[in-house]
Design a protein around this ligand. Structure first.
Ligand SMILES: NC(=O)c1ccc[n+]([C@@H]2O[C@H](COP(=O)([O-])OP(=O)(O)OC[C@H]3O[C@@H](n4cnc5c(N)ncnc54)[C@H](O)[C@@H]3O)[C@@H](O)[C@H]2O)c1
Length: 413
């Protein structure tokens, strides 16, 4: 068995730091290197200071691939495909790398996600699609605890999943052509995946419940207003008067149980206009006679900072992801990397790769989620419920690029 899995990071930004903090809580994985055009040295210094591995800065993807067992792709979305092509080329030329982990979304559209799946297959790479929310302890533990209830009463009938905060930290997220869209592309993928996962009966495969229809409504509720549009332009150089993306998304995916014909529904709500303390993940589920609820803004730790003391808070972003306030009654999550599932998703990938298998969520699963997200964009664009059982719709999704992703959001928002 491999004692120490050497991981190389592509990208050294916000999310890379989250994974690094998770690795402080995982044995058997060291950060051997990083490739990142802007943030390599800074990330390397951080990883070394935390004792997470040598984290050598490599000048090319090829050289990184030659020196690690697994590559974690956590670069900006627009660079995904080109990076994966480079990993595949390196592997075909004999590089050491034999597994790859990729942050959500797997692709900005189905064609991109499909290409990632294909490249991994061609190179015989083990894969992990990084959807942290499915790995959250709260999600896994409720599933385990409710399993006997589910078996006697029947599976969940309805889930509601939400991820909401006040907006992303870097300009490329706001640019629909580079990111893939607005909040639906960025965070809808989480909520749709976790909803499907929760509804699936215990012991069945990830895709056991068959998606039937998707219904979605998008809005530009806050960041299209003049005051907020101007702020966006000043801070990130993104002009939502010309090329907007959605800051609110909600919808319902309907699934069918192939054995019983029973329908169940996953409702999703995602926003970049959440005016509360910071990031909130909310999930709940209703089964016949039972239910569960997760709310990550409920913490055992609260701080109070009065006006006189407002300057004294040490690091507001470290207290809570996307925190919007540094005074008043503040929610603090002391271990966000664990709370949001990063620790368990890294452990899962490590354990699977050690056995030579794909992680719980392989790339092919990321592709299925991308299809559902694209179907949601199509539903908003066409103002119709999208019928996923229609072969013509499935064919359309293969090449579909939402108008918002094309930079034509003004036509539909
Ligand atoms: N699972 C989650 O909840 C979650 C949270 C945040 C971000 N993410 C995902 O992680 C990824 C990174 O997001 P982030 O928040 O760290 O963004 P970020 O902007 O903070 O960092 C992006 C990194 O990508 C690097 N980069 C840019 N162009 C590159 C290229 N051509 N080749 C290689 N690297 C390149 C940048 O140097 C930077 O280090 C995104 O895909 C995002 O969707 C996931």
């Amino acid at each position: 068995m491999i004692e120490q899995l050497k991981v190389g990071y592509i990208g050294g930004g916000f999310n890379a730091h989250f994974h690094a903090r998770a690795l402080e809580q995982v044995r058997g994985m060291e950060i051997a290197g990083v490739f990142s055009p802007n943030s390599g040295p800074k990330f390397s210094k951080f990883a070394q200071e935390q004792g997470l591995g040598p984290c050598k800065v490599y000048p090319t993807v090829r050289e990184l691939a030659q020196n690690v067992d697994t590559i974690l792709i956590t670069c900006a979305n627009f660079a995904r495909l080109e990076i994966m092509e480079e990993i595949a080329a390196a592997k075909k030329a004999g590089a050491r790398v034999w597994s790859v982990m990729c942050e959500k979304p797997l692709g900005r559209n189905v064609a991109e996600a499909q290409r990632l799946v294909q490249l991994a297959e061609e190179c015989n790479l083990r894969t992990a699609y990084l959807e942290n929310q499915i790995h959250m302890k709260a999600i896994q533990i409720q599933k385990a605890q409710l399993e006997p209830t589910e078996r006697s009463m029947g599976p969940l009938m309805l889930t509601r999943s939400a991820e909401e905060h006040a907006g992303p930290h870097e300009g490329w997220f706001w640019d629909p052509t580079r990111q893939g869209g607005g909040v639906l592309s960025d965070m809808g993928c989480h909520s749709i995946a976790v909803g499907w996962y929760l509804l699936n009966p215990s012991g069945q495969s990830l895709t056991y419940l068959q998606p039937q229809t998707v219904n979605c409504d998008l809005g530009l509720l806050k960041w299209g207003q003049p005051l907020w549009r101007d702020r966006l332009k000043k801070r990130f150089g993104v002009d939502y008067a010309m090329m907007p993306a959605e800051d609110f998304a909600t919808g319902i995916v309907t699934f069918k149980n192939p054995a019983t014909g029973q329908l169940s529904k996953a409702q999703f709500t995602d926003s970049w206009m959440f005016e509360k303390q910071g990031l909130r993940l909310f999930m709940d589920g209703m089964g016949p006679g039972y239910a569960f609820e997760v709310n990550t803004l409920s913490s055992p730790l609260n701080l109070f900072i009065g006006d006189e003391a407002a300057a004294a808070v040490k690091d507001q972003e470290l207290a809570l992801e996307k925190s919007t306030s540094s005074r008043g009654l503040l929610t603090v999550q002391p271990n966000e990397a664990d709370l949001y599932g990063y620790v368990d998703e890294n452990r899962d990938a490590l354990n699977a790769f050690r056995k030579g298998t794909d992680a719980l969520l392989p790339f092919s699963y990321g592709l299925e989620i991308t299809k559902l997200v694209m179907a949601a964009y199509l539903s908003h664009e066409s103002r119709q419920t999208v019928d996923l059982t229609d072969p013509a719709i499935q064919r359309k999704l293969e090449t579909y690029i939402p108008l918002i992703q094309q930079g034509r959001g003004r036509e539909v928002l």
